[in-house]
Design a protein around this ligand. Structure first.
Ligand SMILES: NC(=O)c1ccc[n+]([C@@H]2O[C@H](COP(=O)([O-])OP(=O)(O)OC[C@H]3O[C@@H](n4cnc5c(N)ncnc54)[C@H](OP(=O)(O)O)[C@@H]3O)[C@@H](O)[C@H]2O)c1
Length: 273
């Protein structure tokens, strides 16, 4: 696998294998600088959301980079308060305006809000049919949410973005998504840095002369998941991209797969009806 590789989406589009997360980077100068650094290093997928209040910075960084628009994959998300058919269409227009882009590569429903998510998904289908976004997907959807959506609507999500790491190894959800050709993106792939001192992680890192963060990112890639590590620190932005020059072997993968403890750093969507 190379740094400029892509995975195929179920709608014919392609997605870079590694993305850059932008949640909680302070908006303004710091977001601008971090994204410019990420683009210089080689990241080609930027993950934002209207909820992050940094879409304008993301758009500006892309505009100021010398990289062609079609070489950068931009994801943003529909916030909960804007779910519903008409309000989702309006929220999408707002995001497009903030980002100052003509289209979005991937638009996600941020969270499976009960009694709203199906109408929201219908709006996303309209946006895709109109060509305003290339791909549509969901985030924080568990198997029952996905099943309900697939039973009630026409388009199968291209992506499901969920919290994922060896410490939250949601194997059943991953297998369900893979079976239905839904690509899984991993958010909080570094466990928000809470588990980087884990002895097994560190040991595997030593074996490959890599850091714990790099091992976590590599584990995702080898499971055919797109990780979205976030950092506002230049050295770490670089470090997190240096994951294409080593391979975890079967034993490493097994040891990492065994770390599950259902450890969440973010919300628990299995509680959403
Ligand atoms: N869809 C959703 O509901 C949802 C929810 C949460 C997140 N996300 C997306 O997923 C992205 C990633 O998740 P996240 O930001 O919550 O967590 P994360 O990427 O797991 O961890 C980020 C934390 O790890 C630190 N870090 C980064 N690289 C490091 C390294 N090499 N060594 C040591 N520490 C390192 C960062 O510090 P510094 O920044 O200070 O360097 C930051 O504190 C978000 O930015 C967002 O785009 C989506």
């Amino acid at each position: 696998m190379k740094s400029n590789d892509y995975f195929d989406l179920n709608d014919g589009h392609k997605i870079p294998v590694l993305g850059f997360g932008t949640y909680l980077i302070p908006p303004g100068e710091q977001t601008l600088t971090s994204i410019k650094t990420a683009l210089n290093v080689g990241y080609r997928l930027i993950d934002t959301a209207s909820f992050y209040h940094n879409e304008a910075d993301v758009g500006q960084a892309i505009k100021e980079s010398e990289i062609a628009r079609d070489k950068i994959f931009v994801t943003t998300k529909l916030w909960n308060a804007n779910q519903g058919y008409d309000s989702a269409l309006r929220a999408f227009d707002m995001s497009l305006q903030e980002l100052q882009l003509e289209y979005i590569d991937l638009y996600l429903i941020h969270y499976p809000v009960y009694e709203k998510r199906i109408e929201s998904w219908k709006a996303l289908q309209t946006l895709k049919q109109n060509g305003q976004c290339r791909s549509i997907g969901v985030s924080n959807f568990m198997i029952p949410h996905l099943q309900e959506l697939m039973d009630a609507t026409e388009i199968i999500p291209a992506v499901n973005q969920v919290e994922f790491s060896p410490f939250l190894y949601q194997q059943e959800l991953m297998n369900f998504c893979h079976k239905h050709n839904i690509l899984v993106e991993s958010y909080c792939p570094l466990t928000c840095a809470h588990r980087l001192k884990d002895v097994i992680l560190v040991d595997i890192g030593h074996k490959h002369k890599k850091t714990a963060a790099q091992v976590l990112i590599r584990w995702n890639l080898q499971h055919h998941l797109v990780p979205l590590p976030k950092s506002k620190t230049e050295d770490r932005i670089i470090e997190n991209f240096q994951v294409f020059d080593f391979n975890l072997d079967n034993e490493d993968m097994k040891r990492l797969d065994s770390l599950n403890e259902d450890y969440r750093t973010s919300w628990d969507p299995s509680k959403e009806k």
